[in-house]
Design a protein around this ligand. Structure first.
Ligand code: BDP
Length: 685
């Protein structure tokens, strides 16, 4: 088993009772007459038939009028068919929301999978298939589902040469050798996976737009891009492109990219018109500007609002969006200069611009102020701009969290971020609500994340990294789901219903983030990774570099002083009480202590341990837990198919090597710096 099917396996149902029950309902698929069988609705019907055939052995017969006593019906509500009445009062449904309902009438019984849009019907179908794949009962359904976020996106960092920036699962599924790939099958399979968890927008090229990708918005490549958009469209997914801010210079024959220059504005307007001629439901532009050496409006003495609004104006007539990234900081910092703090940068740049952005601009903000570390505080920019649309950016790709060699299930991390209370409008102003546009009334908002897939057979390199992709989609549909529910759902669909397999997978996943945190950089300080590559330890790798990522360890202590009185003042970017909590050595939570404070190694944590002892203990514990889970995984031999069993075993052994390397290097480094021995006398080199 190569893992290609991921969570859409649809294995033959083995339980006789269930099989009989499912077959009873799924023998006939009714599509009420009058609704044209094309587009996404057709996709929904095809997906349902495919899943049923695979799980039950026979595809349903498809009709317009029910002929059996039991059947399943798909319906777009509001079309005036009998399904409207049968569905009852479901005004609460959003346009993408759906219902799954078992209806019993005198002569017949049926399951309705319906919503107000075709896309909603597709989501209903995937939900129903998920229930059957998990062995759930379907004879008493009464589910109403609506997504929490309107934009539920994925960003690819794929380059046209076929490489994937921060990709750990092979090469791009979209490009190779500076061409757009013609294999639509793989792209369709990808679209299926994404639609099955509710993704509705995908940006298909890297935010770092190189020369080749600049041509994606030209006649040369738009026909190819339009083909991908069409496949996505069948699954209700809008296509977005990252654009080069300096497009006018790179490919437009102009000498400037000044956002206030009429010729520049005119060029983008024509560009937008051209893109929409090829792709009528194009989503919009994603932009990384004035960041890490990318061009931007600063060159012309303009600001981010000027730059974003220029593009927004061009896209506006077509309903297109500008996703403008806030990952902006000085990447040429002088490490000797303590006055610059990278963590401050996004807030300092963008907060003063509140209210200046057009309605179809959304600021895309990474979850933390630094860069997808294993532990960071939440970016203080969230909610700090009442009059500017905002959306969240997570990273499913495990750039700093084990690169899909080590297991690190990120749902618990994302849940912490979403549940964080910013207090910007009093208690309850959580990131979860801000990103939904319900704290400030945003016109557009949502969540996006950097993809973790590539052309590896199993999509994600590590089989277990599929759980992050699956979980991401589920979480941004419904952030109230628990990490455990998500892990369990994923495990049963992907590895089957065996209880032992379930138990090991779910518990390993749930602990994996904390294990990874234990053996890597301690107490929120971050980094300490091999420069550029970002896998494996190099404590001082970034310490004397230009990137603004320091830990300031010396023989007395460690940590970054971001307090108001003696540090960079970053803590004051938060609203009270968070500002005070982070600023205070006593109140600051242990796990973020070194992000906010520089402390002696003998500083006592809330846990009662000293910082140095915490470092030793967690690093030993991290390795021990990896060893423990390797043992538990070994118990599953014979219960998991051989291919995936061996593959995961190999990766876990690799993870153990990595964990030991981190443990030894971190512990030795801090033992040598501090001269303080381990209280438990374990071997430190
Ligand atoms: C960093 C990555 C870099 C990305 C950058 C970004 O190391 O490859 O280009 O983020 O988000 O995490 O723009």
């Amino acid at each position: 088993d190569n893992g290609y099917a991921a969570w859409l396996r649809y294995g033959q149902v083995k339980d006789e009772t269930r099989l009989e029950q499912y077959a009873g309902w799924m023998g006939e698929l009714v599509l009420p007459a009058g609704v044209p069988m094309e587009g996404i609705l057709k996709t929904a019907a095809v997906e349902l038939s495919r899943g049923i055939r695979s799980m039950l052995g026979a595809a349903p017969s498809v009709t317009h009028e029910p002929s059996r006593q039991r059947f399943i019906v798909l319906g777009v509500l509001g079309g005036g068919t009998w399904v409207d009445d049968a569905a009852g009062g479901v005004t609460a449904l959003t346009n993408e929301g759906y219902l799954l309902k078992t209806v019993r009438e005198a002569e017949k019984e049926y399951i309705i999978a319906a919503g107000k849009s075709e896309k909603a019907v597709l989501y209903a179908v995937f939900h129903l298939l998920r229930l059957m794949q998990s062995g759930a009962a379907i004879d008493q359904l009464n589910l109403v589902e609506s997504p929490k976020y309107s934009l539920r996106m994925i960003n690819h960092w794929d380059n046209m040469d076929g490489s994937v920036e921060r990709g750990y699962s092979g090469r791009s599924i979209f490009y190779d050798n500076n061409n757009v790939l013609s294999d639509s099958e793989r792209i369709r399979d990808y679209a299926r996976l994404m639609a099955s968890v509710g993704i509705n927008g995908i940006a298909i090229n890297n935010v770092n737009v190189h020369r080749e990708e600049t041509f994606l918005i030209t006649e040369k490549l738009l026909p190819d891009v339009a083909r991908i958009a069409e496949v996505f469209g069948e699954y209700g997914i809008k296509l977005f492109l990252s654009v080069n801010y300096a497009g006018t210079i790179e490919i437009g024959g102009l000498e400037t990219a000044d956002p206030l220059d009429p010729a520049v504005r005119g060029w983008w307007k024509e560009k937008a018109a051209e893109v929409y001629r090829y792709i009528p439901d194009f989503g919009g532009f994603l932009v990384k500007a004035d960041s890490e050496n990318r061009p931007g409006p600063f060159t012309y003495g303009r600001d981010h609002a000027d730059g974003a609004n220029m593009l927004a104006e061009a896209l506006e007539p077509y309903g297109g969006l500008v996703l403008w990234r806030c990952f902006v900081y000085n990447c040429h910092q002088d490490w000797r200069d303590r006055s610059t703090d990278r963590a401050r940068a996004a807030y300092d740049h963008f907060k003063p611009l509140d209210g200046r952005f057009k309605d179809n601009v959304i600021l895309q903000i990474k979850n933390g102020p630094m860069d997808f570390q294993v532990r960071e505080p939440v970016s203080p920019l969230f909610g700090a701009m009442e009059h500017t649309n905002q959306m969240m950016e997570f990273q499913i790709a495990q750039e700093y969290t084990g690169q899909q060699k080590d297991v690190c299930f990120l749902i618990p991390q994302w849940k912490e971020v979403l549940n964080f209370d910013t207090y910007v409008k009093g208690a309850g102003s959580t990131v979860k609500e801000i990103a939904a546009g319900s704290v400030h009334a945003y016109t557009h908002s949502g969540i996006t994340a950097v993809s973790n897939i590539g052309n590896d057979e199993n999509w994600t390199g590590h089989h277990l990294a599929q759980a992050n992709l699956y979980g991401y989609g589920c979480l941004i549909w419904n952030p109230e789901l628990s990490s455990e529910e998500i892990a369990a759902e994923w495990a049963v669909q992907t590895f089957g219903g065996n209880k032992d397999v379930q138990e090991v997978l779910v518990n390993f996943l749930l602990e994996s983030w904390s294990i990874y945190e234990n053996y890597t950089a301690p107490l929120g300080v971050g980094w300490m990774v091999t420069p550029h590559y970002h896998y494996g330890p190099d404590i001082d790798g970034y310490e004397y570099s230009k990137w603004g990522t320091y830990h300031f360890a010396d023989h007395k202590g460690i940590g970054v002083d971001r307090t108001v009185a003696t540090g960079t003042g970053y803590s004051s970017q938060y609203t009270l009480p968070n500002a005070e909590i982070y600023d205070s050595l006593e109140a600051c939570p242990d796990e973020l202590l070194l992000f906010f404070h520089h402390v002696p190694y003998t500083h006592r944590l809330k846990s009662g341990k000293t910082v140095i002892q915490h470092i030793y203990d967690t690093h030993f514990a991290g390795v021990e837990r990896v060893e423990y889970w390797i043992g538990r995984w070994q118990e599953l031999e014979g219960l998991v198919d051989g291919d995936r069993f061996r593959h995961v075993t190999g990766r876990m052994n690799r993870q153990l090597e990595n964990a030991k390397q981190w443990r030894d290097i971190v512990n030795t480094y801090f033992f040598r710096k501090s001269g303080i021995p381990d209280a438990r006398n374990r071997v430190i080199y």
